[in-house]
Design a protein. Structure first.
Ligand code: PLP
Length: 416
């Protein structure tokens, strides 16, 4: 079996040392070279899929976040990808953490991160997990129902609360959350009153515009609504609210740039010179997606006329579960061709209409159809970029292909 720890050691040196491998400046070529070195160093008899995590990319992303939204503290959403090297790097770079469960809190505390750097951002928690949070001193959580207020009163009365509201204009998101979580406007006052009656302190408001949000006005509308709630609390003589949690939903690229501008404008409009306001966020995808590259070997091939069909060692019940759960699209390139700098897109090669299947015996386990690839052989490798968000974290071990056993190799490209 593949043990991620032993692979780290083999490639990177002494146990426990998250060693670095300095790659050249061009990060794509650097990752490709790194992949080649892994394949030749490990001399795997049985080929298996693996991830490459580029820690330099995390540094670049944190710089970008701090430059674009300097007043907003990121609490990385662990659910997106709990790879310890990613969490540890983010912790060193000053990020805090959004945990959804006891298990995620344990993972983050095990890194040596203090509990006041965690928001337990799950509005519906089981009693045993709440008791655990109380024991370890995680003292900030979200809620959106009277029943949750009651549980918090009973099991963790010292915990500060953030009222999770449904983001008013969240329709554009790839994975909407508003039907499941978030108080509606007519529920705001009853919820605040219930918390007050239970002697619980509501420190502020929390929202999530949906994962893979596509329009930035969702942030504007939600920040406007949050301001109205801050005012309501003041009017009712409750403790002054001082935390605004703008959630996640960020995707690197123009979507992030738009979101950052919209958020800054909305904060200036609705929260001008509020010195005590603490702004927090829960980005997952933003930090994880582009930092991971998946590499899979071709384990089977079938030729039917012009059609090429390939079977690979990871699939829809593994890393590519993102096709179903995250509504993602994925892309693959043959490793042999990504390493040709003159022709990284295989432009000069004859390609064939191809299908790529995962390894399980289920027909649903189909990853790419009508996809152009050159003629490949069994034991060739495919490289899948941007596979860090909602991939390994949600995979299963269906058919005995254990997603959590896929090793991650650490690379460090020089941040630009
Ligand atoms: N916070 C909460 C409460 C979530 O439910 C999610 C995703 O589902 C996130 C943060 C992370 O969202 P994203 O990866 O879109 O930034």
């Amino acid at each position: 079996g593949t043990n991620p720890k032993s692979h780290h050691q083999e490639i990177l040196g002494a146990p426990g040392v998250k060693g670095k491998r300095v790659m050249n400046n061009s990060s794509t070529d650097g990752v490709t070279d790194f992949i080649h070195s892994i394949i030749s160093t490990t001399k795997q008899e049985v080929k298996d899929p693996f991830y490459v995590l580029d820690l330099g990319k995390i540094v670049t992303l944190m710089d970008k976040w701090n430059h674009s939204l300097p007043s907003v503290k990121p609490f990385y959403a662990v659910k997106c990808n709990p790879e310890p090297a990613l969490l540890g790097t983010l912790a060193l770079l000053g990020a805090n953490f959004d945990c959804a469960s006891k298990g995620e809190i344990e993972t983050v505390l095990a890194l040596g991160v203090s509990p006041d750097r965690i928001v337990y951002a799950n509005p519906c928690k089981s009693e045993s997990h709440i008791k655990y949070a109380a024991t370890v001193g995680v003292n900030l959580t979200t809620f959106d129902s009277i029943d949750e207020v009651e549980k918090m009163r009973k099991f963790h009365p010292k915990c500060g609360l953030l009222m999770r509201i449904k983001a008013p204009e969240d329709e554009g998101a790839r994975c909407p959350l508003g039907d499941k979580y978030g108080a509606l406007p007519e529920e705001f006052v009853p919820l605040l009153e219930a918390a007050n009656a239970a002697n619980l302190v509501v420190h502020g408001v929390s929202f999530h515009v949906g994962s893979g949000a596509t329009h930035s006005r969702a942030y504007h509308a939600a920040i406007a609504e949050a301001k109205a709630i801050f005012n309501t609390a003041e009017k009712f003589g409750m403790a002054k609210m001082h935390i605004l949690n703008i959630g996640g939903g960020f995707t690197l690229g123009s979507q992030f740039d738009d979101a950052a501008i919209t958020i800054k404008n909305a904060l200036e409009t609705y929260f001008p010179d509020d010195q005590e306001l603490m702004l927090i966020s829960e980005p997952g995808r933003f930090f994880a997606e582009t930092a991971f590259t998946l590499v899979t070997d071709i384990i089977g091939k079938r030729v039917r006329g012009e059609l090429r069909e390939y079977y690979i060692s990871d699939g829809i019940y593994g890393s590519m579960n993102c096709l179903l759960y995250d509504h993602a699209t994925v892309t693959a390139k043959p490793l042999a061709y990504t390493s040709n700098p003159d022709d990284p897109n295989c432009a000069g090669l004859k390609t064939y209409t191809s299908t790529v299947f995962g390894p399980t015996c289920d027909g649903l386990d189909t990853l790419l159809t009508n996809y152009q690839l050159p003629d490949l052989k069994v034991n060739d490798w495919l490289v899948w970029p941007d596979m860090g968000a909602y991939t390994a974290s949600a995979g299963s071990s269906f058919n005995g292909f254990n997603t959590s056993a896929i090793p991650t190799y650490l690379a460090y490209s020089i941040p630009n």
